[in-house]
Design a protein. Structure first.
Length: 291
C-alpha cells in the first residue's frame, strides 16, 4: 500500500467505533468501491466485501451514488447498516427515474417506494439528494408540487432532503426561496461544471468538493484544506462563509444563528485522492476544535 499522507489519521485494524463528526461537521466521499483506492486507501489484500466496513471506520459519512441508477433491496440496505459502526451516516442519491420524470408532481408512489426501502438503513440514514441533471428544464409548478410530496419523516425518523438542480437557468432567487421555504438544503458544488452557490436554505449544509488534484497526496494543499475547514466551521456555527458565491443575501443575522450539521463530500476530480482529502480535512478540524 502507498505511504499514508502525513496529514491523515492512522489506519490499521478496523476500530469498533466510527469517526465522530467534529462540532457537527462530517467529511466523506462518494461510494466505497473504486479499484485505485486499493493502492492508496485500502490495505493490501483487503477483500472487496470488507471495503465498506473499513471505509466507514475512517470516514464519518459516505454518499451512495448507485441508488441514482437503481434502488437497492431492503435487505441490501440492512446489510450496509449492519456493516457500519454506530454514528456513521450515509447520504444517498434518489433514483433518476424519479427526478427525470416529466410529471414530477405525479411521482408520489415512486418516492414512497424509494424512501420506504432505504429506511432500512435505520439510524445510518442521512440526507437524501434529489439530483436534477441538465436537460429538459423542470416545470416550475410541477417542481414546487414535487417538493410537497417529499415526506418529512419515515418511521418516526426525521428526513433531510437536498436539492441538486444542475440547470443554471433554473437556479435563481425563486429557487433558493422555494428550498428555504421547505427547509431543504441546496448543494454547494465547488465545480465549474454545475451551478455553484453557497446560500444556506436549511438547518444543515451539504457541500460536494470537486477539485482534488492527483499530484497532491491529500488531494488539496494544506492552505486549501485550511480554507475549507474555516468555511465548514462558519456553516456549523450557523453563519455563512463570506468568500463563496451567493444568489441571495445571507439568511440570518448574527444574533439569530443556530448551529448546523455540515456534510462535506470529496467527489469526482482526482477521485483516487478523495479519501485522503476527507481524512485530512477531518484531522485538521480535530486539531482546531475549540480554537
Amino acid at each position: 500500500m502507498a505511504a499514508r499522507p502525513a496529514d491523515t489519521p492512522a489506519t490499521g485494524d478496523a476500530p469498533a467505533t466510527g469517526v465522530p463528526p467534529v462540532d457537527g461537521i462530517r467529511t466523506g466521499v462518494g461510494g466505497w468501491v473504486y479499484p485505485p483506492w486499493r493502492d492508496n486507501f485500502y490495505p493490501k489484500g483487503l477483500v472487496q466485501r470488507r471495503e465498506l466496513q473499513y471505509a466507514s471506520r475512517r470516514l464519518s459519512a459516505i454518499e451512495i451514488n448507485g441508488t441514482f441508477y437503481r434502488a437497492q433491496t431492503p435487505a441490501t440496505y440492512a446489510k450496509w447498516r449492519d456493516e457500519t459502526p454506530p454514528g456513521f451516516v450515509f447520504s444517498a442519491k434518489a433514483p433518476m427515474r424519479i427526478t427525470q420524470s416529466r410529471a414530477l408532481d405525479q411521482t408520489g408512489g415512486q418516492v414512497a417506494d424509494f424512501i420506504g426501502g432505504i429506511a432500512g438503513l435505520g439510524d445510518r440514514l442521512g440526507p437524501l439528494v434529489w439530483q436534477f441533471d441538465r436537460g429538459p428544464r423542470p416545470d416550475r409548478d410541477r417542481f414546487a408540487a414535487f417538493l410537497e410530496l417529499l415526506p418529512r419523516d419515515v418511521g418516526g425518523r426525521p428526513l433531510r432532503h437536498v436539492l441538486d438542480v444542475r440547470d443554471p437557468g433554473f437556479v435563481d432567487a425563486d429557487y433558493v426561496a422555494l428550498a428555504r421555504r421547505h427547509g431543504m438544503a441546496t448543494v454547494f458544488t465547488d465545480s465549474d461544471e454545475h451551478p455553484s452557490f453557497a446560500d444556506a436554505t436549511a438547518g444543515f449544509v451539504y457541500a460536494r468538493l470537486m477539485r482534488a488534484r492527483s499530484d497532491i497526496a491529500t488531494g488539496y494543499t494544506g492552505p486549501a484544506l485550511a480554507r475549507w475547514a474555516k468555511r465548514a466551521r462558519a456553516w456549523a456555527a450557523g453563519g455563512e462563509p463570506d468568500d463563496l458565491p451567493r444568489i441571495t443575501p445571507a439568511a440570518a443575522p448574527a444574533g439569530k444563528r443556530k448551529p448546523r450539521d455540515v456534510f462535506v463530500f470529496f467527489i469526482s476530480a482526482a477521485k483516487e485522492r478523495n479519501p485522503a482529502a476527507a481524512m485530512a480535512l477531518h484531522a485538521r478540524l480535530v486539531r482546531t476544535a475549540g480554537g
